[in-house]
Design a protein around this ligand. Structure first.
Ligand code: GAL
Length: 992
């Protein structure tokens, strides 16, 4: 909530600031005639309509994926294949500077941080990449992607301050050269590179820093990048237009997932087209981020509600509105969200970054996926769309229907000068009303009012439709169609899938030259009404329901289906030739059926399909006759039945072997106290002495020594502080303000005695608590105060020059109640082993913990996290078990807990083979199901599960329950999963 407010305020500031310096900005803009990437390359070009790749126009339909949020590199191909199967052609990805340069000057692309496997997987799947290396990314990532050491590096960040330019130089050089080596110019999949992200809001007196903008462009170019540079303005506000192809983002339905059915009446931003014309009329309307889901914060309502907020209705209304603005570059954020494992998150989000996306965190497919497939297949089959312009943006209400409750945008192909697209939706986006309408539109056979043979069209509630006029589907011309479609030409026959909601009336008219074609229902029982229209068109009227197949003349086959049936169609392309073989868009094959269809290859007369099944599925394949004789699915031949209309059908039952998961409560768990620091005999000799007397952090330190963990190199995980003092005999309590980011907590001990906790809530990012001493210490006696705090990540830095990411984590102030003169004689701090010299190069700098597999815990006591502890403190638990999940299936597994009401205030972290894949805060929530990908779990062998339990109440705590759960059962053709390396525990130098 706080985060949203900051974003909104920041946006407001931007608007004001922008207005003030309109003069400068305008002149900067005027000089911006699009340059075809400064003549550096010719593979990716553009004009006012669209990008062209190797000379071919395309509408880029892209989804956002963050490699670092899916550390199992062998699963990236699975995600890319799913994106490809939807009919998308691109993926956009951020690179997170903070994990690549956790120590200044030491660049690391080890382990999951290596970008090459991600890039290679995209190329293999036939997906173009849009690289977004920042240096600032936002992305709900700790410090918005900046490295922890940024918090103590002087200079105002996100400005042209020399210190900041120097700070990112090594990173941009390193990441830039990896990107450059994988550009399309060199046979790789990268087609565009984004500079900065949402450089759109500025902290007064700072304003948009044109020097920074051009310096960053220079750095990216100096690293060898030649493809067009883009940027993502936070709204079409005209910032950073000096890149090659400027664009913007839009999240019209916001992030309040707790009201998933509440849309604002004006949510559909039609005005963006005018903004596009104002700032950059000569480039494609590029939307580098459009809402594909929503993030959810601590205490939120959970990702299933975000998936509802941004469900199929949202997709239909909002993406079609983007098409109504001739958007030919559309990237949905996120298409697969992944996980904030380790310490990736900023304080505004919890472990899951599912995002309610089309592909969920466990890589299963939501209904949203299937709706997107319809839209992407429509675009892919509609070259006329790529060169359109909206004719009546902002004046669409009542247009073409006379119904004021509807908006209809006319989008015309200005190059082909033939085809029209009419995008209809509710005037009030939040309306659930049913609207009846007729559409009156110009066509090649004159103005028509559709339907032409009685009845009315309808739009039910939150929905939107694209009606087409004079549309080519291969050699068939549709004079119009109110039913939406996908189409492909196979063996010279135009296959047209016409769909609508179940029970809706639709009309489609087919143009003919001399004689009306014959219409024959070859399968199904939908009644088809026919009417010849003057000027040579045959109109067909029908209700979309189930599936009916209609042969029209010799060369057109119509599948008239309802939405549920339409969801089951896949358009696949066999690989072509050369280095970009899997980008082929020729020789389509249509397959109906299956949970997921991944690929088709033609081997002589055999057609080999691969895909995934979760149920017995009937298939229908529309392929060239020569290749319809032998068809295999995942290598097994299918028993084929021919239909009367030249397609084949088959039925396939998946093989879903039973798998039993270990019962975690019956395993042997070993346990150790994880807070020896409070014992009287504990030595903190190896700890870092906190003795800095000044800081470059913009927040002035008000304590005698600086107590910002970041200033001592600790940027993640749990932080421990120890304060030694000699008593005046008058202290009655200790007051301390600790900062950790929202949902953080801290516990305090006087020597070995627990004196209280701030248990945390979803609101406070820092908190001042007063903790009573059981009795005043004796005058002259020496004592230690120990504070254990959570670090929820650094704030983002959305408002440039605000330095908000530098907000320190640590102790902001303290005092002794009853004895203001008491001095702390020594402060010490500890965090992850080595701080910026982090020890675990494989799992990276943010995966803090004590948790590695292979540790010999034989000497530990036996007890489980569901038994827990009866005193405050931290306890650590380990167990091992084997999994035996056979290959050939995709059974995502989650760790599941339930809410405990007994001693509610506790925090737990779950480590699987050393990777922290769950941070559970019992009293804040909401996440209780923690998906852990195969490859982190070893599906065919031993696993170590470790659990930390931090009890903040004096009564201790225990987990209410802990179990493993299979989320879904799918027979899969996904590429083999290689376990991510999980180096075992060894005695580490300096460990204490
Ligand atoms: C955008 C930003 C992304 C992400 C998103 C919300 O404005 O560019 O990085 O933060 O908001 O999920």
């Amino acid at each position: 909530m706080r985060y949203l407010l900051v974003k909104l305020l920041a946006l407001l500031c931007t608007i004001l600031v922008t207005a003030k310096r309109q003069g400068i900005a305008q002149s900067a803009r005027r000089s911006l005639i699009p340059r075809q990437t400064d003549n550096l390359q010719s593979n990716v070009t553009w004009d006012q309509y669209s990008f062209k790749i190797n000379g071919k126009r395309l509408a880029i339909f892209s989804g956002e994926v963050h490699p670092y949020r899916m550390p199992v590199q062998s699963l990236h191909l699975d995600v890319f294949q799913k994106v490809k199967a939807m009919g998308f052609n691109a993926v956009s990805f951020y690179v997170f500077w903070g994990i690549h340069e956790p120590k200044r000057g030491e660049l690391s692309f080890e382990g999951f941080r290596d970008l090459q496997p991600f890039i290679d997987a995209a190329k293999k799947a036939g997906i173009y990449l849009i690289a977004r290396p920042g240096p600032y990314i936002n992305a709900e990532t700790t410090a918005g992607g900046f490295p922890g050491w940024g918090t103590y590096t002087p200079g105002i960040w996100r400005t042209s301050n020399a210190t900041y330019l120097e700070a990112y130089a090594d990173y941009i050089q390193a990441v830039g050269s990896t990107i450059a080596a994988n550009e399309i110019t060199k046979g790789g999949p990268i087609i565009l590179v984004q500079s900065e992200n949402e450089y759109s809001g500025f902290q007064a007196p700072y304003t948009e820093d044109f020097v920074y903008e051009s310096k960053l462009i220079q750095s990216l170019r100096a690293a060898g990048i030649t493809v067009p540079l883009t940027t993502n303005d936070a709204s079409p506000g005209g910032h950073y237009t000096s890149v090659n192809v400027w664009g913007y983002d839009s999240y019209p339905d916001g992030f309040d997932c707790s009201h998933p059915y509440t849309w604002s009446p004006n949510a559909v931003p039609e005005s963006y087209w005018n903004a596009h014309l104002k700032y950059t009329p000569n480039i494609p309307n590029a939307v580098y981020e459009f809402q594909g889901g929503a993030f959810d914060g601590w205490g939120g309502s959970g990702y299933s509600t975000c998936a509802t907020l941004t469900g199929p209705e949202f997709e239909r209304v909002f993406y079609k509105n983007e098409f109504a603005m001739s958007t030919t570059m559309l990237n949905l954020y996120m298409i697969f969200g992944g996980t904030n494992w380790g310490g990736i998150a900023h304080p505004g989000v919890y472990t899951s970054y599912d995002y309610g996306s089309a592909i969920s965190e466990d890589r299963t497919l939501r209904e949203k996926f299937y709706e997107l497939k319809l839209q992407a297949n429509f675009l892919a089959a509609s070259p006329a769309y790529i060169t359109t312009r909206p004719q009546n943006a902002g004046k669409s209400q009542g247009a073409f229907t006379g119904n004021q409750a509807l908006k209809t945008t006319q989008v015309l192909d200005k190059v082909g000068n033939k085809t029209g697209f009419y995008v209809v939706r509710q005037s009030d986006a939040s309306s659930n009303a049913v609207q009846q309408y007729n559409l009156t539109v110009p066509t090649s056979i004159g103005s028509l009012t559709i339907p032409t043979m009685g009845g009315t069209l309808s739009l039910t509630g939150k929905d939107s439709k694209i009606h087409i006029v004079d549309y080519s589907a291969g050699s068939t011309t549709l004079t119009y169609s109110t039913a939406e479609l996908m189409t492909a030409t196979i063996d010279g026959r135009d296959i047209i899938v016409l769909y609508g909601n179940s029970g809706e009336l639709h009309e489609t008219a087919i143009k003919f030259a001399t004689e009306a074609p014959t219409v024959k229902v070859v399968s199904g029982n939908t009644a088809i009404k026919q009417k010849q229209l003057p000027g040579g068109s045959l109109a067909l009227q029908f209700i979309t329901s189930g599936q009916t197949v209609v042969q029209v003349g010799d060369n057109t086959l119509l599948y008239i289906v309802d939405r549920t049936n339409a969801y089951q169609f896949w358009v696949l392309h066999p690989p072509g030739e050369g280095p970009l073989a899997s980008f082929n868009t020729e020789n389509p094959i249509i397959v109906k059926g299956g949970y997921l269809l991944r690929s088709v290859t033609l081997n002589g007369s055999t057609l080999a399909l691969t895909g995934d099944l979760n149920n017995t599925s009937s298939f229908e394949v529309v392929a060239p006759k020569a290749q319809s004789k032998t068809i295999t699915f995942n290598g097994s031949p299918l028993t084929l039945t021919s239909t009367s209309y030249g397609t084949v059908t088959a039925s396939i039952a998946p093989s879903l072997p039973a798998v039993s998961l270990p019962n975690l409560s019956s395993l042997t768990w070993k346990t150790a106290n994880s807070l020896p620091e409070i014992s009287a005999t504990y030595s903190d000799a190896a700890w870092t002495i906190a003795n800095h007397t000044n800081t470059t952090n913009p927040r002035r330190s008000t304590t005698p020594v600086v107590l910002y963990a970041g200033d001592y190199g600790y940027h993640t995980g749990n932080i421990l502080w120890r304060a030694q003092f000699s008593s005046t005999g008058a202290e009655t309590a200790f007051t301390v303000r600790v900062s950790g980011g929202s949902a953080f907590g801290y516990s305090v001990w006087l020597d070995s005695t627990f004196i209280g906790s701030w248990t945390g809530d979803a609101v406070h990012g820092d908190y001042e608590g007063t903790f009573k001493f059981p009795k005043s210490p004796t005058k002259g006696s020496n004592h230690v105060i120990t504070i254990l705090q959570d670090h929820m990540g650094y704030e983002e830095d959305w408002t440039a020059a605000s330095e908000s990411f530098k907000a320190p984590r640590g102790i902001l102030s303290y005092s002794f109640v009853g004895s203001p003169s008491t001095n702390v004689t020594l402060w010490k701090v500890a965090g992850n082993l080595g701080g910026e010299n982090y020890a675990d190069r494989t799992r990276g700098p943010l995966n803090e913990g004590w948790h590695l597999p292979g540790f010999n815990d034989a000497s530990w006591a036996t007890s489980s996290p569901t038994t827990g502890i009866s005193a405050p403190g931290v306890q650590f638990y380990r167990t091992t078990f084997n999994l035996n999940v056979p290959s050939g299936v995709d059974y995502p597994i989650s760790i599941v807990t339930t809410n405990s009401t007994a001693s509610p205030h506790f925090r737990s972290q779950f480590y699987v083979n050393g990777y922290q894949f769950g941070k559970y805060i019992n009293h804040i929530g909401p996440q209780k199901v923690f998906p852990v990908p195969q490859g982190i779990f070893n599906y065919q062998g031993q696993n170590t599960l470790a659990v930390s339990l931090w009890a903040a109440d004096s009564t201790g705590a225990k987990l209410d329950s802990l179990a493993l759960q299979i989320n879904a059962k799918v027979e899969t053709s996904m590429p083999a999963v290689v376990n991510q390396p999980a180096p075992a525990w060894t005695q580490r130098p300096g460990a204490f």
